[in-house]
Design a protein around this ligand. Sequence first.
Ligand code: AMP
Ligand code: GLY
Length: 421
Amino acid sequence: MRVLVVGSGAREHSIVLALSQDPEVTALACAPGNAGTATIAEQHGLDVTDPAAGAELARRWRADLVVIGPEVPLVAGMADAVRAAGIDCFGPSAAAARIEGSKSFAKDVMAAAGVRTARSEVVDNPARLDAALARFRPPYVVKDDGLAAGKGVVVSADLEVARAHASTLLEAGHPVLLEDYLDGPEASLFCLVDGETVVPLLPAQDFKRVGDGDTGPNTGGMGAYAPLPWAPPGLTQQLVEEIVAPVAAEMVRREVPFQGLLYAGLALTSSGPAVIEFNCRFGDPETQVVLALLRTPLARLLRATATGKLAGEGPLEWADGSAVTVVVAAEGYPGTPRVGDVITGADGEGVLHAGTRRREDGAVVSAGGRVLSIVGTGPDLAAARDDAYRRLAGVHLAGSHHRTDIAARAVAGEISIPTAE
Ligand code: AMP
Ligand code: GLY
């Protein structure tokens, strides 16, 4: 099987790595990729915002399967274009990708499917902002209604901060979503979805804020771990039954069946699990830990999903133990990152590349905000965490920063789901 992966982050490096270990894969390409994917897959240039260019590359490279990593090409319709070229594609249609691309569409689907999520209101007129804010209580949750790479959300107890963020979005012409605050720990559940068939992967938790102790602005994600030692037995099954399966069924009912990876971002609140958001693709950095533990060959699984045969696959196999990933970010991230710095020590095991490229002189240099994603594994979460930070100590990038507390509270047993009063 010839597999083409679209994207250039550590998520795609992790997907390419897992595919490279599947004996059914005879050739691998990544477009546009990074310096890490280039060591295990052919690299091809690609503008990921151009669906026709993706389909054309897949045709020219004679791909049997295309796996689309990021949301931008999916929302733009690249999966539709690839399928129209007669090539199997893992990833939802543009119509189904709206579950991520439009928060108000996602809310509508959830309401129809009877799935718990925060009460929300869309504001598209600055004159209505204050009245709308008055219908919410602190902490205020203000979101960009469209795609914002994880950075469009402000959660603040300060009404002025909330109003300022909403005004900035509105001035830029973006509708704003106001939401009730959801308490409780967050979890990410990835499910392979092919119409009404839902196969969950291991639950994970990611760390969205830039700083230790969940301080500073939101980012695309600074680290993750899987599985969740604090999750009650049966949590994954409950999440599938109460949340993901009803949403998958509602998408089928609307004649926009989802096919690909449906990612439920959840808050495990005192009154039960509730959806923070849906994403239409593998999450980054959670993929790096989930795939580090998956033992079932990945290409076969993704092709089964892409061809409507997921229901015929056996149960997934997982390694015992845990995985932790820590993101190394460039100076300035999540603002404007400094790029072009030389990275050393980034060719070891467990070092996944994101914003990297190889210079003509052979040096690997930074080329984006999130630069590397260091993955550690071990028999338990404490061991996996130690492994990740030990590997990270061997990597050098001038000016870089990373969180030092990824998975620390889970290791210390400090995470629990709040109980109802
Ligand atoms: P999103 O882009 O919707 O995933 O939001 C990014 C982050 O903002 C989430 O991972 C949460 O940490 C936080 N967040 C978003 N919505 C809520 C909410 N309703 N209540 C509490 N935290 C939220
Ligand atoms: N881990 C957050 C995301 O992929 O959106």
